[in-house]
Design a protein. Structure first.
Lengths: 239, 239, 239, 239
């Protein structure tokens, strides 16, 4: 059984949680990595109730040693890895603490570098021809007022992902970047916006399971027909 | 049984031909449209041997009346349409006949407009929430020496496709654009390049069936998670 | 005295007219080309009142022979050429006559091809190291609802311009593309929008003379530091 | 006399040094900021020999307090600021120390945030309608094998710059981003590549003075016709 690793897992009904569930359904042992063991356990438990395999790993994605230990813990057989870290970090530049701007990059991009480096090393060592996917956003492609920190870290991650894609294509490693353009119909927004149910009803929030299908679609591509990037949005999104 | 229409079908072992075959396998009656009845018949015959349904339609994609007649002939039930017309048209600007430049646009973009207009009208009339996909290329995104005509017509088609995507999203019509970045391992190149077999062996040509999977993936997306654009290339492509 | 040619000249207080005036002030004999002799004469007369040199040429930019005759009429010494043709062509795809869509491309892109071809041929024959600039728009870069025709023709022109830029760089010919993002504070809008004066007062319309400065800036670049593209918008533009 | 500040100044015959010289010639008192007092003094001395005004400031661009002190030292009257920090940082991801990747971002992007924040605050406080420009590269727009760190930090800076441009346009602050696409004919490369003279002779290196003209061009634009971005390359560049 092949192994998969998803980092940046929060609530079960979020992109990270549902990615784990979907990947496990596709016959992987899934390593469910994130900061909060309680959340991870809920995801792992749910996957096991499906009759599938999962293990939680508590990790700070911006800590090299923790990333290295995580990879060691997983052992051989890793074939699919997803970097799903990096929440929106709104705010105006003149009001923003440098530590806030830095933190946005640390989790949004630097952790992606640490993760990618160790994942690629395993793929190369085991000659795996594995798949490494990154979660992007419309912010990956441009800057916008009030979102300088998020735009910057997402732009950093995208260019990094594209460089890695080109750098390890010769090793049959597939690297992809999914542009999630809009809010997700998951627990994060549910607890943050008062009109969540209305937005879902109006089709204004992205269906998470469909997004996980896109990740599986990318994973399943063979190396004679790889996609680096695709965008996902609802029919109601103004773009 | 839903109906699908693919325009720009040449040899069986080409993107158009294989799209028809793949779509038919997904339980559509497929209308196989192109310029040469002989080629269309081979595709149709092959699909029928699979036990699936197909009909040929000879059509000049740059002729409004022929497009309208084709749509009439198909009748109700159209749910999936692909504009796959437009070959590469190399040449330097100073050496290029205006008629050649024009023809590149006529088939590469104008036909796409005529096609999209009639397809969208049917989708709207029948309230179908259908899918309309366009075949693009790396040429869609930038200009390059010796490819001014092709770059121009592909850029024209891409902006058109994006405008249509935004214009009819509110009608639940999904419009997508597939960036095929590189040569296809099909009959067109087979008859044009002497080192075809070597290129296939070296993994330098795009696997056509995988491309058709991408079209089906786009078709199957629900309107809470639509992709407008994805790129496809081999691991050997220099991009 | 070097010669310059601006095609797509309408009212004196428009981008074409002011480009002619500005270029003439920079010590060129300017050929003022457009469809309406009356408009051209007003521009030419104004330039002559400045003490500078200008000649009108009535031309249909989509007619190869007229383009060729224009180039012949200008004779030797052409060093600067601007393609400034192509008005906005709004409208929904399903309501649009094919002839309207076609006309948008004919003037927006095909004329640009005819023009570029003849201009480049003169530059090459005279070994001029000339400059060829195109007027673009935000529409050059993406599609938008209700602007499919304009987006498409502008996207076609941009990819063409980029291909030409790369194709003739080795001949020291500088090709540029100016993205005019927003309405111009000129006579076209003045006669079309009722709140023109208010928009000017609010700084919402682009200052035309500043745009002409950008064209001169591009012209004056030497071949060790060429710009292909720059964007121009007001501080009030929402982008 | 207005004040200008250029940060990221190295050798006199480099982009930073020549920017200071050119800006000083345009009637500014120029603050010449960088890490090495010896280099700064050479630039300052040269500007003074021109009969113009300049002062050196030693500063680590990644240190908030030093940036704040620098801004204090300059006092009132700042109208033009340039962030010119961030050298190329080549290397493959799997061989790269995390500290190296981080450092690339610290100087390439984080310093730009600290700088922009303090500069914008001064512009707002003094109601200056100032100009803030960033030096970009082709790396700003995409990822490329062996340049993951540099691509990532430049992409981060570009999205940040675009966000700032939109965020403070309403305050009449002009923000721009110059894409320098290729090597510069300056002292950095002179000391690093053995065929420098040949490359200069062949026109393969960008003329620095022309680049400084572009920065002045951007500075001089009025708010009814601002450019956010322009690219600069030689006629020999393959793009």
């Amino acid at each position: 059984m092949k192994k998969a690793l998803v980092i940046g897992v929060g609530p079960l009904n979020g992109l990270g949680g549902q990615l784990c569930k979907k990947i496990a359904q596709n016959n992987f042992e899934v390593f469910v990595a994130g900061r909060t063991i309680k959340s991870l356990n809920i995801v792992v438990e749910n996957i096991r109730q499906d009759g599938n395999k999962a293990k939680p790993i508590v990790v700070d994605t911006t800590d090299e040693n923790q990333i290295k230990n995580m990879i060691k813990e997983i052992g051989s057989g890793l074939d699919f890895a997803v970097y799903n870290v990096g929440n929106n970090t709104p705010g105006k530049i003149i009001d923003m603490e440098p530590s806030y701007f830095r933190q946005s990059w640390e989790s949004g991009c630097f952790g992606g570098f640490l993760f990618a480096k160790e994942v690629i090393k395993v793929f190369l060592k085991e000659n795996t021809a594995g798949t490494l996917l990154f979660t992007g956003a419309s912010a990956s492609l441009r800057g916008k007022s009030n979102f300088g920190a998020f735009n910057s870290s997402k732009g950093a991650l995208r260019n990094l992902a594209q460089a890695i894609a080109k750098e390890y294509a010769e090793n049959s490693i597939h690297v992809g970047h999914v542009i999630v353009d809009g809010g997700l119909a998951g627990d994060r927004l549910k607890h943050r916006v008062s009109d969540f149910d209305e937005r879902v009803k109006d089709g204004k929030l992205i269906d998470i399971e469909s997004v996980t299908d896109a990740y599986m679609f990318l994973y399943n591509q063979n190396k004679n027909a790889w996609t680096f990037e695709l965008d996902i949005r609802t029919s109601k999104e103004n773009w």
